[in-house]
Design a protein around this ligand. Structure first.
Ligand code: HEM
Ligand code: SF4
Length: 538
């Protein structure tokens, strides 16, 4: 066990219970205990305080709590190799009942793991240069990035080395393994905000500045974004960061969070609460004290938002090469499909695969001459489509009651079949992003959806029934979270209700007007009136 740190908040008696657990034994120490003890002695040997620390190893108990775990694997920046993909596929096949989920932060998630399997899984991941460590827990999580980094015609800088440096700096770094709460970083130089800067705790977005007569490409810095029950959009600090200073600035921001972040209530512990209280000015002053002077902000190079979608075949920065954006409905696949993706990446591309925060994937570096054959691959024609239908293509869903202990309702299969129903019922040629979540924690990021569906229960004559609250108008194009309508729709009516609501928009909207912009133009009360008329008893 590593030397214990003397944290300055240790003497505070008002800390929440989890803080005492973390002070007693650092979360990272559980990895050794899992490998040496629990994976040999089994589920019954796990001490209850260590069960909380399992998150630092990247594993959580799944629902029902019957001895099975889910594991999240970090895919830094959302880029992995075909070899790594095969290792992941084999883990899913051998231990995870053949299930692989791509998450909304570009990680990969397994279910059904037993504690006995964990030591072997950690080893297999390490041998492929992958890790699940600190992908859950109060620490720096999976680093989100541009899955097209290095090949993107819409990026101003290749961020792969920066993401790799950040990963190396933070992963298993005991200076930062005891944060007040989870901590999410995003880095992208894509001008269309591919890595959803405003909903991360710390984000870097592309910028330029003339310094001493020379134009420098670097980053602007955003802090304090996050979703969950009290969502906040990150605030931009008035600083310009050179690429070589990203790690230093990230370390500074994380130190501020570690030392000044709130540790009394778990629901009031994310960086967003500190940033909201301090404001960006004070936060910047404190940061500069730690990291030294930084240039004030330069020219923002962000122009709009691509939603994290890359469907179809597109030319890369490199002439003659293409990338292929593929749809994975609600992010779920099996081991055979992941292996097949690895084969396609090797045979047609350069063996790299991108994971997208829209729960989709992409294949990189396909030479022009191979594009036609690639399009005809059965897996591309039938399953991971280049041009999915609108609703299946733009549906996102969290895990829900299938495996999540916090869920109120079932989501994943429901969102999949709902999207299919809408595609069968309403013809819409422009994207309409629907995100479904099973509780207010917002893993499926419902706040940024055109239409967000949040699970709830309603009492009926037949007992408690699953239902959804409806939120409309979310976007990061002109960043705003969607807003709640006065309507709680039981699941039996959800499909027809949405089909009617979307049909009204289709009739009323201006050419190609996205749903969020339509909501802004006509106003929430207009949408509420539409809802009321749909719900009126016949
Ligand atoms: C299956 C068990 C899971 C549990 C118990 C869980 C738990 C949570 C909790 C408690 C929060 C709220 C965080 C907060 O208050 O700060 C949260 C947020 C979040 N989770 Fe999960 N989660 C699970 C699965 C997932 C999955 C499958 C994904 C990806 C698809 C995911 C991605 C996220 C994201 C993106 C957020 C919101 C980001 C934010 O708060 O800034 N989680 N999760
Ligand atoms: S949003 Fe809620 S129900 Fe869905 S995975 Fe997250 S914690 Fe579970």
């Amino acid at each position: 066990m590593a030397e214990r740190k003397q944290w300055k908040w240790a003497a505070d008696p008002s800390l929440n219970k989890m803080e005492f657990t973390k002070l007693e034994k650092d979360g990272l120490d559980v990895i050794e205990t899992i490998v040496n003890t629990y994976s040999k002695e089994g589920f019954a040997s796990i001490e209850s305080s260590d069960m909380d620390r399992f998150k630092w190893a990247g594993v959580y108990q799944q629902r029902p709590k019957d001895g099975h775990f889910m594991m999240r694997v970090r895919i830094p920046g959302g880029i992995l190799s075909s070899e790594q993909a095969r290792v992941l596929a084999n883990i899913a096949a051998d231990y995870g009942r053949d299930l692989v989920d791509v998450t909304t932060r570009q990680a990969v998630q397994f279910h059904w793991l037993t504690v006995e399997s964990l030591a072997d899984i950690f080893e297999r991941l390490a041998s492929a240069g992958l890790s699940s460590f600190e992908s859950c827990g109060d620490c720096p999580r999976q680093i989100m990035g541009n899955p097209l980094a290095g090949i993107d015609p819409h990026e101003v800088l290749d961020t792969r080395p920066i993401v790799a440096e950040l990963e190396k700096f933070f992963l298993l770094n005991r200076d930062f393994s005891n944060l007040p709460r989870k901590y999410k970083i995003s880095v992208s130089a894509n001008i269309h905000n591919a890595a959803h800067a405003q909903i991360n705790d710390l984000a870097f977005t592309p910028a330029k500045k003339v310094i001493a007569g020379e134009e420098v490409i670097g980053f602007h810095v955003w802090v304090g974004g996050g979703l969950s029950a009290k969502p906040f959009l990150a605030k931009q600090l008035d600083v310009f960061v050179r690429p070589e200073d990203v790690v230093k600035v990230a370390a500074g921001v994380t130190t501020l969070y570690r030392d000044f972040g709130y540790r009394q209530k778990r629901t009031h512990a994310r960086l967003k609460f500190l940033v909201a209280d301090w404001g960006p000015e004070k936060f910047k002053e404190q940061l500069l004290e730690l990291v030294g002077e930084l240039e004030p902000g330069g020219i923002d190079l962000t122009a709009g938002w691509n939603g994290g979608y890359f469907y179809g075949i597109h030319e890369q920065r490199q002439a003659g090469l293409n990338y292929a954006g593929l749809s994975v409905p609600v992010g779920r696949m099996n081991a055979r499909e992941l292996n097949e993706l690895a084969r396609l990446a090797d045979e047609y591309g350069d063996g790299t695969i991108g994971t997208c925060n829209t729960q989709n994937v992409l294949i990189r570096n396909i030479p022009e001459a191979k594009v036609a054959a690639f399009r005809n691959e059965p897996m591309i024609v039938n399953r991971f489509k280049l041009q999915p239908n609108t609703f299946v293509g733009y549906a996102v869903s969290c895990t829900g009651t299938e495996y999540c202990n916090l869920a109120i309702v079932e989501t994943k299969e429901r969102m999949r079949s709902l999207a299919q129903y809408l595609d069968d019922t309403v013809v819409l040629e422009t994207p309409l992003r629907i995100h479904m979540i099973g509780c207010p924690n917002s893993c499926g990021q419902r706040q940024i959806a055109d239409i967000g569906l949040q699970g709830a229960l309603v009492k009926t004559a037949d007992g408690m029934v699953e239902a959804f609250d409806i939120f409309v108008g979310g976007t990061l194009e002109e960043p705003q979270f969607n807003r709640k309508l006065n309507a709680r729709i039981t699941v039996d009516r959800l499909g027809p209700f949405l089909a009617q609501l979307i049909t009204l928009y289709k009739v009323d909207r201006q050419e190609d007007e996205p749903y969020w912009r339509y909501v802004e133009r006509v106003g929430l009360s207009h949408i509420q009136a539409q809802v009321d008329s749909i719900l009126q008893p016949a």
